[in-house]
Design a protein around this ligand. Structure first.
Ligand code: SF4
Length: 319
């Protein structure tokens, strides 16, 4: 359904400095599957998601959706046309819902943009979607501040899915929620994915959660994919030293502490995405690095059935 080729996203910081947020990503996403995207903060995973839905313009490379090459720059007609099929669920359910709009207005807005139905059919659909995400139709007249974080995220899910999209980017949809409601939101997403036949890109920092929900796991480091493959395989038998470090210990429940844990448990500083080092980007933090690693950038190679890793020291899989 989605084919990404050599995707680049650079941010101009001025004075000739470029921040390489996404740097040469190739990725295929099969229809009706869930692809989990993991990596530390700053790995480029959220930027990649935003480029896919047109919130950031790509700097280079190609994205194909069902065989159609997506435009380099979206005009308002592109947003309307592609917005029907491609949607996003945002990380922060507090910031992503307009506090001045009622839940009905929030849910009806995407239908209006798509010129779907009339006033009463849109209202009916909004009410039906509230029930589908386990809220009550009597909530339609309320405002976002009257709901808990988990309820708001369910409203965010209803808003993203009300136009019945085919592909949804879920940008860390549970990281701002209490642990007690994370599982409810994950189970709801899994259930909707199955019943609607959705294709999801699920971005998160918690590898065990990604393994639980995803078919395929993709690991990013400093703007590039370093490992990808079937989720169970990557989680239980990681081949890249970076993935091995990420899976080493159990994640902490608190999302902020978890980010620090991931960063602290891998020694050394992450290089600046403004001055990318030559060779393997992980070399400065990798306890297996050899001379070659600092000179030559490793390409992704097949390391097990359907599993790919970018590391000089892993053996190529022979059939
Ligand atoms: Fe470590 Fe070298 Fe592999 Fe990079 S290429 S992950 S530095 S062993």
């Amino acid at each position: 359904m989605i084919e990404i080729k050599n995707l680049q996203k650079r941010f101009d910081l001025g004075k000739g400095q470029l921040l390489h947020a996404v740097d040469g990503v190739d990725l295929s996403i099969e229809e009706n599957s869930i692809v989990g995207l993991v990596g530390e903060s700053g790995s480029g995973k959220s930027t990649l998601g935003k480029v896919l839905v047109g919130l950031h313009q790509k700097s280079g490379g190609d994205i194909y959706y069902s065989g159609e090459r997506l435009p380099d720059r979206y005009c308002s007609a592109d947003y309307r046309r592609l917005g029907k099929d491609i949607q996003m669920i945002f990380q922060d359910p507090y910031a992503s819902l307009n506090p001045r709009m009622t839940i009905e207005e929030i849910l009806v807005e995407p239908l209006k943009l798509q010129k779907w139905g009339n006033e009463s059919s849109r209202r009916e659909k909004a009410a039906a979607w509230l029930e589908r995400v386990n809220l009550q139709t009597s909530h339609l007249g309320r405002y976002p501040h009257e709901f808990s974080g988990g309820q708001r995220q369910r409203i965010g899910i209803a808003r993203a899915l009300i136009t019945e999209p085919k592909f949804v980017v879920c940008d860390e949809p549970i990281s701002a929620l209490d642990v007690s409601v994370q599982a409810q939101v994950i189970n709801l997403l899994g259930e909707l994915q199955e019943t609607m036949g959705l294709t999801l890109l699920f971005i998160a920092h918690d590898l065990s959660m990604v393994r639980y929900i995803s078919d395929v796991m993709v690991v990013m480091y400093l703007g590039a994919v370093v490992e990808k493959g079937p989720a169970d395989q990557v989680f239980f038998n990681p081949q890249h030293p970076y993935t091995q470090a990420l899976t080493k210990s159990n994640p902490l429940a608190d999302p902020k502490q978890e980010r620090h844990r991931q960063h602290d448990m891998i020694e050394g500083e992450v290089p600046s995405p403004v001055n990318l080092p030559p060779g393997c980007r992980f070399a400065g933090r990798c306890d297996r690095a050899v001379d070659r690693c600092r000179k030559e950038s490793p390409a992704l190679k097949l390391v097990a059935e359907n599993q790919w890793a970018a590391c000089h020291l892993v053996d190529e899989y022979s059939l």
